[in-house]
Write a protein that binds this ligand. Structure first.
Ligand code: XIL
Length: 395
């Protein structure tokens, strides 16, 4: 009797705790995802009305590249900002392997969309960052949707993948020869958050050698190219960043033709500390590599604790830009989109539920945000330190 009563009590208690946990989860999720509005104090400030001091002339004056990623949906915004604000452009999606193929499957290439973007940029004397020759994470976009199937069905999967990779790299570099001179050869080789390699078709089939293989193939196809390994980090003083550094160091030691590191710099879940970023850039520089910030953006909600989140976001853009501009090895900074209207995050769960995202330099109506002025301020103060720096034209 006593035992029964005790068991019943425990059950009731467990139910109660369960209910409390569910309730806490619901409240937590509502808090995290509920749309919010922050004051757009910047609309009232005189800075928003200023029309001088656009970004690209400031960057050009110091041999720096300030870029935006552009999709076919953002052509109008690109036309308005090319050479005014941006002297570099990265096609968001158009040059990814899966997107270059008819139907997204191995077979025929269709370069039309890539050509349109690349030729438009060139007609405006805007440099292009090629993004990306290999990306293991997304079948269908990053790589052909049937790649895994074709490789696994082959008698010698390793040889097959090596052949497909090599042919692809050669075909793309041949097509864009003389038009694009900096390429992300491999994108996101690491697991999203663990200090491990990403477990994708390339790594599983060929091991870590696939990266060195890709760089060697690209270098042999055109030795004048600046070849970059591009990766996303949430922070720079953790095991994962350390592992990536070791991988890069090993490549350099072995003489793999890797010239630069792309730090994507999407700011998605928390605002990273910036002193470790500076130290990381310096360590990469000590390996003889250049660095670019390749995909910077920052969700405005990450600055919700500030009375003026848009302004705090602007300060963050200034600080990141300053770090890059203060380090001679850091040769360019690209933001991943132009207007908040078209940010990639609005297509991706869970971020798409965390409105407002507003992670870029221009707002939904193409008005300049404090983030824009933050980058401008960093460029302006870099003028004195960068001018005449022989290093800045390395890529
Ligand atoms: C994104 C594009 O912007 C989206 O349009 C697409 O649906 C998915 O990819 N890291 C990268 C970029 O290296 O290629 C990604 O771009 C964003 C995250």
């Amino acid at each position: 009797m006593k035992v029964k009563g005790f068991v019943g009590g425990v059950r009731k208690g467990a139910k109660f705790v369960g209910a409390v946990l569910v309730l806490a989860a619901v409240v937590g999720a509502a808090y995290a995802f509920w749309p919010r509005h922050y004051p757009r104090a910047y609309l009232a400030s005189t800075a928003a009305l200023q029309s001088d001091g656009t970004l690209a002339p400031l960057a050009r004056a110091i041999g720096f590249h300030i870029g935006a990623a552009v999709d076919i949906t953002e052509l109008r915004e690109f036309e308005a900002t090319a050479q005014r604000d941006f002297n570099s452009m990265t096609p968001c999606d158009a040059l990814k392997w899966g997107n270059l193929l008819v139907g997204g499957k191995l077979g025929q290439y269709d370069f039309r969309q890539g050509d349109e973007l690349v030729n438009l940029a060139r007609s405006k004397q805007v440099r292009i960052r090629g993004h990306t020759l290999l990306w293991g994470r997304f079948p269908g976009a990053g790589h052909p949707s049937d790649l895994k199937e074709v490789v696994n069905a082959a008698k010698q999967p390793k040889a097959k993948l090596e052949q497909l990779m090599t042919e692809h790299i050669r075909a793309v570099l041949e097509h864009f020869r003389g038009r694009i001179d900096q390429w992300d050869v491999v994108n996101e080789p690491m697991h999203l958050w663990k200090p491990l390699w990403d477990d994708n078709v390339f790594y599983r089939t060929l091991g870590p050698d696939f990266v060195a293989m890709a760089f060697r193939t690209a270098h042999a196809a055109d030795p004048s190219l600046h070849l970059v390994l591009n990766e996303q980090f949430g922070g720079y003083d953790n095991e994962r960043a350390e592992k990536f550094f070791e991988i890069v160091q090993e490549f350099v030691r072995k003489g793999v033709p890797i010239h630069g590191i792309g730090l994507q710099s999407h700011t998605l879940t928390s605002v990273p500390e910036l002193a470790p970023l500076k130290a990381y850039v310096r360590r990469l520089e000590s390996l003889g590599l250049f660095v670019e910030i390749t995909e910077l953006d920052a969700r405005v909600r990450l600055f919700a604790d500030s009375p003026d989140p848009y302004r705090a976001q602007g300060e963050y853009f200034r600080a990141v830009s300053s770090i890059c501009l203060e380090e001679p090895a850091c040769t360019g900074l690209t933001v991943w989109g132009i207007s908040d209207r078209y940010t990639w995050m609005s297509k991706f769960a869970p971020f798409k539920w965390m409105q407002p995202l507003d992670p870029l330099l221009f707002d939904l109506s193409m008005r300049r945000k404090p983030a824009y002025y933050g980058v401008a301020e960093a460029l302006r103060s870099a003028r004195a330190t960068r001018h005449g720096d022989a290093n800045h034209d390395r890529r």
